[in-house]
Structure formats: C-alpha cells, structure tokens
Design a protein around this ligand. Structure first.
Ligand code: GLN
Length: 380
C-alpha cells in the first residue's frame, strides 16, 4: 500500500459489527436499517430484472432515473437540472464524492471539511494526494465555526465538503451556517461538494436546505445524494451528483473508470421511489424520529448525556458522566457489558485521540430499539 493510504486499513464499522456478532449484541454501530424499504420500490427492482434491464445502463444513468432525480430536486427544492448534462448516477454517494475529489483536486490542493467528518472523505482526499484541512464543529450545539472556516482558506484551497444532515453529529446545518459557508465559497471562488444522503431524514422542526439553493451557489456546487438511506436499501448503492455541465462531465470522467456503471435494475426502482408522494417521505421521516425517541431515554437512563439529534440515522452521546473518557475503549467493551454495539465518534476526526463521544444508530425496528434501550439502562 502506498504510504499516503497507510493508516486507512482498518474500518470502524467492520470492527464494531464483528464484535456485535461475536457477542450477540444489538448492532447500533454501522448505520443500516433492519427492515427493507417501501414495497413498491422493492417490487420495481424485481420487475426491472424480469423485464430484462440487466445489462450495462448508460454511464450517466438510465434516463428515467435522471428524470426522477430532476423532478424530485425541482419539486422539493426548486432546483432545476438539465437531464442530459447536469446529472450523473453513481455507485452510491460514496463514489460521487470520491470521483468529485479526484476530478477537481490536484496533488497538494487543500480540501476544507467540517469535523467530525465521515471516514471516506479523508481517504478520497488522500487518494487525490490532496490535503484535508479540518475545522471542528464547536460548542454544546455543535455548530459550524464559519470564522475559523474562513481563516482556513489558503491559495491552495479548492473544495469545501458540506455534509448536512451531518453524520455522525446528527446536526442539520441552519441557514446562517450555510450562508456563512456560501459566502466563503463565493468570496474565495471555491467549489462546494455536498453529501445530502440524509436529506429526507430530519427530526422535529429541522429543515434540510441544500446549499446549491443559496444565491450564486448553484454554479459552484456539486450536490450529491443517494437512495440507500431514504428507502432503506443501503446495499443497492444508487447515488447521484447534480452540478453544472462541466462539473458533471469532470465527475463522470473519473466515475466511468472506477465502476463504469452500476445497478441497472435498482436504477429503475429508485426512479419509482423518488416519485412517491410527499406523504410517503414524511412517513419514513416520522418512523425514524420515533426510533430516535425510543432509544434516547435508554441512553439517558444509562447515565449518558445525549446530544440533540436533528436528523440522520444517528444520535451522539457523551459518556463522560459515566467517568469514561475514551469512546473507542467504551465501544470495545459495550457489547460484552450490555449487549449493544455502537461506534466511537473519534474515528471521524483527523486526529483520533480519545474523545468521550459515541454514536448510536436509530434506524432499527421499534422492538429492537426498545430492547436496546432496556439493555443500556442496565449499564450502571
Ligand atoms: N454510512 C454508514 C455509517 O455511517 C455506513 C458506513 C460504512 O459502513 N462504510 O454507519
């Protein structure tokens, strides 16, 4: 392995899932649902296979999916994208993000990101030979530090990665934070790449605002999302990027030599899913919120301090009230101690020194979360 990729060998999700299996624990580590998504979406995939949609789809994705993505973006956010030139389908949001970074960053360029940041971003930046410059969320409310972000821009800065709703914190960045980031991007002529895979999964009164909707941002933003989280089909790996034509062309240039194309029948199924009526999306959102509300009392009864989660599959808890300081140590022992697995938030930082924050997934069936809450309550 080349030196710049050493250190990325172990994967926290694999480590904690293996531990959960070995200990027979409820796995609230890796974020994946334990039920499959809407029946009509699942059936649409089966139909597509039987209808013979099993060969290479177009590199940009099948036209009906690009059309559904465009319709969804227009109806939900008022963003319009040209079907032929401004949308590319990818193997999950992950490929869209990696292809974007490889397509836009030269060796030595800097990429600004907000810490904690999802693990694959760091690896994609390293693959490009670029340098991550991380600005942590600050304060008890885990907000974007816009001033520090602005002060971190240099002549080598090329991209800002904006992931909202944010994994692992569960923050949904508000208009002030996003406007602050947008101002930096406009003033310093930077590209923004987003990860909006939890766009539909927001809680209470939190509202997801795509940064591409802000003035002057559509032309400099690569907006990435995917279907896996929304429709509980994380194994299907259907994602997409929407951006002005030259940026989509750049992303596609890399994408076509990574996976070329992917998931032909699933693309048909997701086209169906994206056109489901708004009340179905609301139902998916509300179900997940109920999951959060089932787990949080268990964490609190165990003596953990739960940070507010405004969206995503996750809640974060501070373990310091238990006298614990190292989230990784805590997560290594948790399956044995109480039969629940989680992941330490410190793995989402450039410097993974011990931190007392632990991430729990809430995307599980109510009875599973209720059982997990019971088990956790027995921790102290
Ligand atoms: N996105 C999911 C999570 O954060 C799964 C990531 C993975 O397994 N690579 O848990």
């Amino acid at each position: 392995l080349v030196p710049r990729l050493r250190g990325f060998g172990s994967n926290i999700f694999a480590e904690m899932s293996a531990l959960a299996t070995a200990e027979g624990a409820i796995n609230l580590g890796q974020g994946f649902p334990d039920t499959d998504g809407p029946a009509e979406v699942l059936e649409a995939a089966v139909d597509a296979i039987h209808e013979g949609h099993n060969q290479y789809p177009p590199v940009r994705g099948i036209p009906v999916l690009r059309e559904a993505i465009a319709t969804h973006q227009r109806n939900r956010y008022g963003l319009t994208w040209d079907l032929e030139t401004e949308i590319v389908v990818t193997a999950g949001a992950n490929e869209a993000m990696t292809a974007t970074i490889l397509a836009t960053c030269e060796s030595g360029d800097e990429v600004l990101l907000i810490e904690p940041a999802f693990d694959s971003y760091w690896v994609a930046i390293a693959m490009a030979g670029a340098k991550p410059v991380a600005v942590p969320l600050t304060g008890p409310d885990q907000r974007v530090d816009v001033e520090r972000l602005a002060a971190s821009v240099t002549d080598r800065t090329r991209l800002i990665i904006v992931n909202s709703p944010h994994n692992p914190s569960g923050r949904v960045f508000d208009a002030d934070e996003l406007e602050g980031i947008a101002t930096i991007a406009r003033e310093r002529d930077l590209l923004v790449v987003t990860d909006e895979v939890y766009e539909h999964l927001t809680f209470d009164d939190a509202v997801h605002l795509p940064i591409a909707t802000l003035p002057g941002m559509r032309e400099r933003t690569i907006s990435i999302s995917s279907a896996g989280k929304t429709f509980s089909v994380t194994g299907w790996k259907i994602g997409w990027a929407c951006a002005p034509a030259p940026l989509v062309q750049a992303v596609q240039t890399v994408k076509q030599f990574m996976t070329f194309v992917n998931g032909a029948p699933f693309q048909y199924a997701i086209a169906r899913g994206l056109l489901l009526p708004p009340e179905r999306f609301e139902q998916i959102r509300a179900d997940l919120q109920r999951g959060r509300d089932l787990l949080v009392p268990g964490l609190q009864a165990a003596g953990l301090q739960v940070l507010p989660s405004q969206g995503t599959y996750f809640v974060t808890a501070d373990i310091s009230p238990l006298g614990e300081t190292d989230g990784h140590e805590f997560c290594r022992s948790l399956p044995r101690r109480c039969g629940v697995a989680a992941v330490p938030s410190q793995v989402f930082y450039a410097d993974p020194y011990p931190r007392p924050l632990v991430r729990f997934a809430v995307c599980k069936q109510p009875e599973v979360l209720a059982e997990a809450a019971d088990r956790l309550a027995g921790l102290n």
